[in-house]
Design a protein around this ligand. Structure first.
Ligand SMILES: Cc1cc2nc3c(=O)[nH]c(=O)nc-3n(C[C@H](O)[C@H](O)[C@H](O)COP(=O)(O)O)c2cc1C
Length: 335
């Protein structure tokens, strides 16, 4: 399958381990045609030595789709970038933002912000290995390396290696003492640093990430940057995505109601169940769909109480759907 043409990074959903699984992405794509989706991070070690097919598994319906890699060895990154292209992804992204200890030990994630030459070497090897766009997702710094000049040094070295697109989580990562979750909340957001990167390097594509919740906020950020990436809000309130095509791409939303979206997902869920996937592995990513509307709580409760039962099948989703009245609301997100 050739890469999708006309990929836009104006609006994207962040890579999130255990959250942006193929099942969540399928739902997200039913809600918006234009949102760029990212996989969970896959380490180069897992791809090369593990079950490659399983880690790269996705449905063509998910395109445009970027594969996020975790790693730092140039040869391995190149090999994995090639795999990304062979498997039909539209972009390959390098994770330089994840602060977990587990990944730091292997020189993966945010700790690489302290090694800009190594990142540049990896990016250059990836670019040589593939025709796909190679992008980098990073923080504005790490503890001990949090000056503006150090951020510029990082961006300049990686840009000199050929990277044109930087997705910037607008806070530093603190590599000792904070959990990954705390590292997504405690270091203060500095959106002005991301704006300043765009001013300093106008030829680079700069995408802003971190703490963005509403379309009004997105529009404000888009005054200063090339795109917005939303993580937690898009996951907890996926209906937001139904507003993206009208709001940012001047197109009608692909579905008009949440019911329509979920009904459109039923054949996919059925085929996943036939493959032996447990219903809970799929249904846990649907729980946010009726977030904040009457009946939403009953929908979630019904799924939580029934999807894990032995032999649970599509009837659980259908019964849960009946707990919520279908509103013919226009697909404008209630953010
Ligand atoms: C559950 C979870 C898993 C995450 N996994 C990844 C990951 O695999 N790769 C990555 O670059 N960032 C990961 N992140 C960070 C997000 O991509 C994003 O940068 C962060 O949540 C800030 O954006 P937000 O405030 O819009 O959520 C994860 C975040 C969450 C909540």
């Amino acid at each position: 399958m050739p890469p999708t043409t006309g990929l836009s990074r104006r609006f994207s959903v962040a890579p999130m381990m255990d959250w942006t699984t193929p099942h969540f992405r399928y739902l997200a794509r039913l809600l918006s045609r234009h949102t760029l989706l990212y996989t969970e991070m896959v380490t180069t070690g897992a791809l090369i030595h593990g079950d490659t097919q399983r880690f790269l598994r996705h449905d063509p319906a998910e395109y445009p789709l970027a594969l996020q890699l975790g790693g730092s060895h140039a040869g391995e990154l190149a090999q994995c970038a090639k795999l990304a292209e062979q498997f039909g992804f539209d972009e390959v992204n390098l994770n330089v933002g994840c602060p977990s200890d587990r990944v730091q030990n292997n020189m993966i994630g945010a700790c690489l912000m302290g090694h800009p030459d190594k990142v540049a070497e990896g990016v250059s090897a990836m670019i040589d290995a593939t025709n796909l766009p190679v992008t980098v997702k990073h923080r504005i710094g790490i503890n001990g390396r949090e000056s503006w000049d150090e951020l510029c040094e990082f961006v300049e070295k990686v840009a000199a290696a050929g990277c044109r697109t930087f997705i910037v989580h607008a806070r530093i990562a603190i590599l000792e003492g904070l959990s990954p979750k705390e590292n997504r909340d405690i270091p203060p957001l500095k959106y002005d640093w991301v704006y300043r990167l765009k001013q300093t390097y106008p030829d680079l594509e700069i995408i802003i990430n971190g703490g963005i919740k509403t379309f009004d906020e997105c529009h404000d950020h888009l005054q200063h940057t090339d795109g917005v990436m939303l993580g937690r809000e898009a996951y907890h309130n996926p209906w937001l995505l139904a507003g993206v095509d009208p709001e940012f791409f001047g197109e009608r939303a692909p579905v008009q109601t949440r019911h329509e979206a979920l009904r459109a997902m039923i054949p996919f869920i059925e085929s996943e169940l036939e493959r032996g996937v447990f219903l809970t592995h799929i249904s846990r990513h649907l729980l946010g769909l009726f977030h904040g509307i009457p009946g939403g709580r009953q929908f979630r409760r019904y799924i939580s109480e029934n999807a894990h039962k032995r032999g649970a099948g599509i009837e659980v989703i259908q019964a849960a759907l009946e707990k919520v009245r279908e509103h013919e609301n226009p697909a404008i997100a209630e953010a």
